[in-house]
Design a protein around this ligand. Structure first.
Ligand SMILES: Nc1ncnc2c1ncn2[C@@H]1O[C@H](COP(=O)(O)OP(=O)(O)O)[C@@H](O)[C@H]1O
Ligand SMILES: [Mg+2]
Length: 220
């Protein structure tokens, strides 16, 4: 188990998956609380390093109130981690497990999330993995930020975004038909709004017309 990484002292595990470990950590030099996202080295997959680097680069480029701010891409021996801000947020998926926000709060969350997406798209980036675990919310301050643009792509008006036909990227239940490759059309920024729409169905199914995910999947 990791207890420290460079000058960062782990305080609490926040999340763990096959690919990723996320911790609350302390910068022992400045006393600042941070979030440290590190690749899971017990299940080493070389693809995860470029993904993490892409995530860091795009978050740095997008630096603003709309995305989680990054401090450094840390390398300790062969282990890479992103050190990012801890603004006291939790993912919407976690928040929805413990709280049942009212309609006004939900609309506030929805409006703020669309502002985040607008900022990302205006910077010519498509996130491609919008879902409740990649939207972080602090219920006390009302701040919403987008995280995890690991598979995001940059585009320009001259370059049409192309899909890699050999891989299915994103979280299956949330990705748009064009992102799955089931439709013969290119992916553009609107794919994030599709995923955001599905996120809305999950957050408050009883208040919306649809009561279940359009696509059910047990895949990770
Ligand atoms: N800056 C952050 N603040 C609070 N929680 C975070 C932050 N970054 C990540 N997390 C938590 O860790 C989880 C996984 O992080 P994420 O970057 O989405 O990893 P993965 O690439 O494995 O999906 C998020 O769903 C959220 O619960
Ligand atoms: Mg994620």
């Amino acid at each position: 188990m990791i207890t420290s990484e460079g000058k960062y002292q782990m305080v609490e595990a926040v999340y763990s998956s096959r690919n990723t470990n996320v911790f609350k950590a302390l910068d022992t030099q400045t006393g600042q609380n941070v979030i440290l996202k590190t690749i899971n080295h017990d299940d080493y997959n070389p693809i995860n390093i470029p993904k993490l680097k892409n995530e860091y680069r795009l978050l740095e480029k997008l630096g603003s109130q709309y995305v989680v701010n990054v401090y450094e891409l840390l390398r300790v021996e062969d282990r890479f981690s992103i050190v990012m801000e801890d603004f006291g947020g939790i993912s919407l998926s976690e928040y929805m497990k413990s709280d049942s926000p009212g309609l006004v709060e939900l609309l506030d969350i929805a409006l703020k999330t669309t502002a985040c997406l607008d900022h990302i798209h205006r910077n010519a980036i498509i996130h491609k993995d919008i879902n409740p675990s990649n939207i972080v919310y602090n219920p006390d301050s009302g701040i919403i930020k987008i995280i995890d643009p690991g598979i995001a792509s940059e585009f320009s008006s001259e370059t049409i975004q192309a899909l890699n036909p050999n891989t299915l990227e994103g979280t299956l239940a949330y990705i748009s038909p064009e992102q799955t490759g089931r439709m013969n059309r290119t992916v553009d920024y609107r794919t994030d709004f599709y995923s955001f729409g599905v996120t809305g169905l999950i957050i408050k199914p009883s208040r919306l017309i649809c009561f279940a995910l359009p696509i059910k999947s047990s895949l990770p």
